[in-house]
Design a protein around this ligand. Structure first.
Ligand SMILES: Cc1cc2nc3c(=O)[nH]c(=O)nc-3n(C[C@H](O)[C@H](O)[C@H](O)COP(=O)(O)O)c2cc1C
Length: 230
């Protein structure tokens, strides 16, 4: 199955088997991913669960600890790059889940976020089981081409994305959270934005373009992230 097909059946996996995984699968796939911004250096390391502080009530045999140079838009870039990996893993019957609440025991200032993963027999679902905002809530005009973004995973299922049509494509915005929510979601929502953009890229691989314009419209309840062509 293609990466695209995974978008419509994936779910965050929280129930894992102990089977071993050939990590070369991951390393070779990572040589083919597309970045959102190719001037930001990033890296990752695969850790077994004993090397991770995990504050979730569930665990996984393996974690990918993700690191990045902390330049502008590095979080969107990390979401974009590593969601491609999540869809690939899903296709290899390797369940996965982004985890804000797990970090390597060995501290690093470059650490951004982790992804839990492992073999699983509980990692797919029916389309009716997605809990998502209505397509009309995430855009100024109802547009079914945005379904891949609508179905993207996000921290606490916050779905912070909003797409405004322009003559060339879309201006992409992130919801401004209130003070309380910002404490929790402030650092995860930019990753969520990158994840949603990755879904749009995977479905429109040949035509997808993303850039940051200077002449965008300011919207009261949203922060401009960039502009997308599909
Ligand atoms: C940036 C980010 C951080 C997340 N952190 C956690 C976490 O710490 N624990 C957890 O159980 N799920 C975590 N999730 C998974 C979300 O809860 C999940 O994506 C969302 O509820 C939507 O469900 P779905 O992925 O099954 O479609 C995280 C997701 C993202 C994108």
């Amino acid at each position: 199955m293609s990466l695209e097909e995974q978008i419509y059946i994936r779910k965050s996996c929280r129930k894992y088997l102990d089977d071993e995984i050939d990590m070369n699968l991951i390393h070779s796939f990572m040589n083919s991913v597309k970045p959102l911004n190719d001037s930001i250096d990033y890296g990752y390391e695969i850790l077994t669960s004993d090397r991770v502080n995990n504050r979730n009530r569930w665990s996984a045999p393996y974690f990918i600890a993700i690191y990045s140079e902390k330049k502008d838009n590095y979080q969107e870039n990390i979401g974009f790059v590593f969601q491609q990996l999540c869809l690939f893993l899903q296709g290899m019957e390797i369940g996965n889940c982004w985890v804000g609440m797990a970090s390597p025991k060995k501290k690093s200032p470059q650490f951004v976020i982790s992804i839990a993963f492992g073999k699983s027999d509980d990692m797919t679902r029916e389309s009716s089981e997605f809990k998502r905002k209505d397509i009309t809530e995430i855009s100024d005009i109802k547009d079914y081409r945005l379904i891949p973004a609508q179905l993207a995973p996000s921290a606490i299922n916050s779905q912070p994305w909003y797409f405004k049509h322009t003559s060339e494509g879309f201006d992409v915005y992130q919801i401004k959270q209130n003070v309380l929510k910002r404490k929790i979601l402030g650092k995860w929502n930019p990753i969520d934005m990158g994840i949603a953009l990755a879904h749009m890229y995977v479905v429109n691989e040949e035509t997808f373009e993303f850039d940051i314009k200077n002449d965008f419209e300011n919207l009261k309840d949203y922060t401009y992230i960039g502009s997308m062509k599909i």
